[in-house]
Design a binder for this molecule. Sequence first.
Ligand SMILES: [Zn+2]
Length: 114
Amino acid sequence: MSSIYNCPCCGEKTFNPLTKAMAGTMKSKGRRCPKCQKLCVNGKGATTFSAIYFLISFAFVIFVYLHGKDSVWWDTHEVPIVLALMLGMYIVPKIVNGFCFKMMETIRLDAYEK
Ligand SMILES: [Zn+2]
C-alpha cells in the first residue's frame, strides 16, 4: 500500500514521521533511503507550506518589531514573541512534514556529490 512514508524511488516504506521530518524540503539535500540509497525530500506540498508559513511568520515578526515600542506590554513581550515565531518557523514545518505531504527524490544536483 502506498503511503507518505514510502520511498519515492524504490516504493518501500523506509521512512517514519521522524526521519521524514528530518528529510527537509526540496531546498535541502534530503535523507538517504536505507533500501535504495537515493536521497529523498518532502515534495512540492511541503515546500509550498514551509514557504507560506515562513512568509506569515516573517510578517508577524515585522509587525511585532514595528509595534515593539507601543506600550510596556509590547516592550516586555517583544523578544519572547519574536523568538517563538522564529522557533516556529524552524519547527512547525518539520512537524507538519512528519505527518503530511508526499516525498520525492531530491532535485539538488549537488546532493550526491562529496
Ligand atoms: Zn528507496
